[in-house]
Design a binder for this molecule. Sequence first.
Ligand code: MGD
Ligand code: MGD
Ligand code: SF4
Ligand code: MO
Length: 694
Amino acid sequence: MTVSVFNSVCPHDCPSTCALEVEIINNNRVGRIRGAKNDPYTAGVICEKVARYKERIHHPDRLLYPLKRAGNKGEGKWEKVSWEDALDEIAEKFLQIEKEFGAESIWPYNYAGTMGHVQRDNIQRLRNAKNYSNQYGTICSLIGWGGYVVGTGKLAGTNPLYMSKADLIIIWGTNAVNTQINLITHAMRAKKNGAKIIVIDIYATDTMKQADIGLIIRPGSDGALALATMHILLRDDLADRKYMAKYTDFDEDFAQHLADKTAKWAANITGLKEEQIEKFASLIGQNKKSYFRLGYGFTRQKNGYTNMHAALSIPAMIGAWQYEGGGAFHTNSDIWGLDKSIIEGDNLASKNVRSLDMCELGLILTGDKKALKNGPPVKAMLVQNTNPIVVNPEQGLVRKGLLRDDLFLVVHEQFMTETAQLADFVLPATMFLEHDDFYTRSGHSRIIYAKKLLNAPGEAKSNLFVINELAKRLNIVDKEYFSKNENEMIFATLKMLGDEKEQQIRKNSFLEYEDKSKINPFIDGFAWPDKKFRFKPIWADLLKKKKLQQNIDFAKMPKFADYFNINELADNEHPFRLATSPARSYLNSSFTETPTSQKREGEPSLLIHPEDARELNICDNDLVLIGNRRGEVILEAKIFAGLQRGILIAESLHPNIAHKKNKGINMLTSSAPIPPFGGAAFHDCAVWIRKYEE
Ligand SMILES: Nc1nc2c(c(=O)[nH]1)N[C@H]1C(S)=C(S)[C@@H](COP(=O)(O)OP(=O)(O)OC[C@H]3O[C@@H](n4cnc5c(=O)[nH]c(N)nc54)[C@H](O)[C@@H]3O)O[C@H]1N2
Ligand SMILES: Nc1nc2c(c(=O)[nH]1)N[C@H]1C(S)=C(S)[C@@H](COP(=O)(O)OP(=O)(O)OC[C@H]3O[C@@H](n4cnc5c(=O)[nH]c(N)nc54)[C@H](O)[C@@H]3O)O[C@H]1N2
Ligand code: SF4
Ligand SMILES: [Mo]
């Protein structure tokens, strides 16, 4: 037996983007996978899911051959076909649909199953070359981006490696033990150096167990906590007025706005005690070297944009950005400045093509005119890197749409997912160790290249292969880039960073991107023309930074950093509020196929407060039915005291078929685009609950 160890990168949709050491046994099997010790951010630590990747990559259910539907949609009858035949037939059908209904009736649809820039984003080149419908990417990070950038002007922050230098770390709305374990490594280093850790969530997570102080608040109430904190900072003269005068737009109007946002006011909204809020604020005021690690979780609320902005305003008020180890971090997605035109074919794009909101998939496929932008119906889709029937909101509509007989659905996948089961063609996809790609870290500052280490099983092919082969058959004039292989794409893109940088990546497989001369990107001011952080958000200015779809008159947005009271509040009919926080051993819908993850997660369950359970006569492990006007879901109740009354948590995402009646948690979530630029409020959902009787 020969065991060789190679460097690689975790491709999954996780801010950590861990650098890996992968054992390859006899050139054809994966052995152990470890976190790279010599990578400063990974620091030898990775999550259990990926450490056990051999279970996933050598899984007996991997898709190996192209399949064509042989029965009715979703019936599960397949005929094995050759790649040539599959590609020919798919292209022919796309051309026919284009002729009959127009190019926009075809929607190549993707998300982030792999975060590799080539394998994830090359599908955009196809959209651009063919004038197929574009995709407005709303399912994950847009809300956090908007809420952060409206304050700072740029999505960047204090390098997480500096966390160890902070005196106080506030982990806000991320359950890092589950979702990005490396954050805990660095927070624990800070703790060893004497820092205090505060965790803010809506239930007692495993991350909270690591904290000195845990604040369990009501969903969507973060803005109120942030405002009261700033009220106290001003009241007690703990704000840094000199810093604010130089580096923020702070003025008396904002001070006036905060004047009545007392701890008492916020206690009513958050469900915290006044003393907890006072203590939180005074700890922050006394520790100017505070590091605010702001997650995605608290942005998945109807008021998500404003929650992010309000929390981000606190470090600006205490001038935390002046100190090494102080400041804030959400992600680094604006630091790279990569020119991705080779991968995405920007030069081929036409301005007039519609861009469909991916969260509205259900509405789009069921013919909602507004969601279709008054354009043609969607008649064909090519799906890569995502499993919409499980992960998208309004699952009832998504299912109805995907089952349409007149929708030609092609799914390129590693497994026969629940989405693939509804396809006309299923194409087998490679996994990260079976293709080349490069990755940038949203949670850190390296570009990393990962080369192919294994041959793919059966006839599995990469995303790039599928796009290139389809392009050849779709009468595309610009052929040059549709014939490039992975490495040609990767290094042509990296070369645009300059020869020296490209050479460094070729030599070391990574490039450090951080500007080491600065302790954080905003040390000399923020990324607006006047260099000032904005407590008064100007949402319209974000339209200059990204292609965005505005869904509200900006005048209706709060004028200052604020608590925006628009959540899906409980009412008589829906007395509970549900959040779908991430499960540790599943990553969105991925890893739901691996036995150890299944074992750890067990049945889909619902955390409920003991007193709520008692009132409803619900006991531990009882089956319960929860619902709202969008649908109903069955889960197993778990009595849990670590949340406020009236709140329910369903750790997600279990496969739909793991639930009785095959209906998953996204039956209940809303696809209504949240203000001002859209996104799904996955953790903001009013429901009723009762014991389930068979
Ligand atoms: N194991 C695992 N890892 C993952 C994922 C996964 O599904 N499973 N998903 C990956 C992806 S795609 C992403 S984007 C990241 C997301 O990672 P995170 O940034 O951690 O975001 P979320 O998963 O949305 O939720 C994080 C926490 O926010 C809490 N939360 C919900 N609503 C509120 C609120 O109103 N206020 C506050 N303070 N907290 C709230 C939830 O209870 C949850 O504990 O993780 C990635 N990593
Ligand atoms: N209720 C609820 N729903 C949620 C969330 C939540 O917190 N609560 N989180 C949301 C978030 S943050 C996100 S990002 C979305 C994520 O939703 P998805 O992007 O759908 O999530 P993944 O499970 O990461 O899905 C990826 C699929 O891509 C496939 N895949 C992986 N690599 C490749 C590849 O190289 N080629 C091809 N062709 N396929 C590949 C995997 O097998 C998997 O089936 O889900 C969202 N849905
Ligand atoms: S923590 Fe995230 S990036 Fe690291 S190995 Fe696990 S899933 Fe991958
Ligand atoms: Mo995500």
